[in-house]
Design a binder for this molecule. Structure first.
Ligand code: AMP
Length: 138
């Protein structure tokens, strides 16, 4: 399938759609997931147009993982979660719903189940405050 430049993350990169940004550099962007599976759920994307891991250049993959590591450390610090799950879905069969490659950073604590994937919108005031705290911790 050809890359769809109208997907929501492509619009966020171009500034045509809003996001609660936590980090940006030349090659990557990180922002809060608006339908979080846990408090602090953050997404990291490359600016390169790539639908999935198979389309991404080696340089894009390196930049994406470096930013994911950096942002995950800040998410862990701010949420105080003892565990952090990284997830990256390729293809509808794997559960991918936005067709621009991204890493999910999801804080995990024992006894707290994950909310359903891409289901309920978070309180935006709360998300904004969280984004500011994570950004400040990077
Ligand atoms: P995936 O199913 O791995 O493609 O994940 C897509 C993720 O993007 C889901 O967790 C959604 O909650 C999230 N999402 C969808 N639209 C937006 C948006 N406009 N801003 C932030 N996160 C979004």
């Amino acid at each position: 399938m050809a890359y769809d430049s109208q997907n929501i993350f492509a619009k966020i990169i171009r500034g045509e759609a809003p996001c609660f940004k936590v980090y940006e550099d030349e090659h990557t962007l990180a922002f809060m997931d608006i339908m979080p599976q846990a408090e602090g759920h953050t997404l990291v994307i490359p600016k390169e147009n790539a639908e999935n891991i198979f389309d991404l250049s080696p340089e894009g993959a390196a930049a994406l993982l470096q930013s994911t590591k950096k942002v995950a450390a800040a998410v862990k610090k701010v949420t105080g979660a003892p565990g952090v799950m990284l997830a990256q879905l390729n293809g509808t069969a794997a559960g991918q719903t936005v067709f621009h490659i991204h890493f999910h950073i999801i804080p995990r604590s024992a006894g707290i189940d994950l909310a359903l994937h891409a289901r309920d919108k978070a309180d935006f005031t709360r998300l904004k405050a969280l984004a500011e705290r994570i950004a400040a911790a990077i």
